[in-house]
Write a protein that binds this ligand. Structure first.
Ligand code: FE2
Length: 147
């Protein structure tokens, strides 16, 4: 597939603080100020472009696929900053990570309440027969169906 997400705009109360938070926690280059945006490159192809707003910020979800070393580094920064983190998007499993798809994942919030996620495996990449399938895919295996 040739299409790649190039950028998306992220609303923030303070674009500079929020963009700096993301770049520091992920370990990516510092934001660039381009027009009204604080632009954070999160990969060679994609940036998150923060813009300040006085309106209420509606929480969005941004997930980042990282490698094992990056996961260790980001997880260490999450703990150093004493951020809350969870194994699940419903934020029920606090101070835990998940091992869905045979990888690792966790959720934490940015200063605006956006729910950020890091994963080492794409959703469903572990298939439906792995010991820890992603919950979205677990029901696809007849052996995991409850009805
Ligand atoms: Fe997600």
């Amino acid at each position: 597939m040739a299409i790649k997400l190039n950028h998306t705009i992220v609303a923030a109360r303070d674009k500079d603080a929020s963009a700096s938070f993301l770049s520091e926690i992920l370990g990516v280059p510092a934001p660039s100020l381009i027009g009204p945006f604080a632009v954070v490159p999160v990969s060679d192809d994609t940036s998150l472009d923060y813009i300040s707003t006085d309106s209420q910020v509606t929480s969005q979800h941004y997930a980042f696929l990282v490698d094992e070393i990056e996961f260790d580094e980001i997880f260490a920064r999450v703990r150093e900053r004493r951020l809350s983190y969870w194994a699940d998007p419903g934020r029920q499993e606090r101070d835990q990570i998940n091992t869905w798809d045979g990888g690792r994942g966790l959720y934490f919030e940015d200063p605006n309440g956006h729910l950020l996620e890091i994963i080492t495996r794409s959703y469903g990449s572990g298939g439906t027969t792995t010991s820890r399938p992603h919950p979205l895919f677990a029901g696809l295996n007849p052996a995991n169906r409850s009805i």
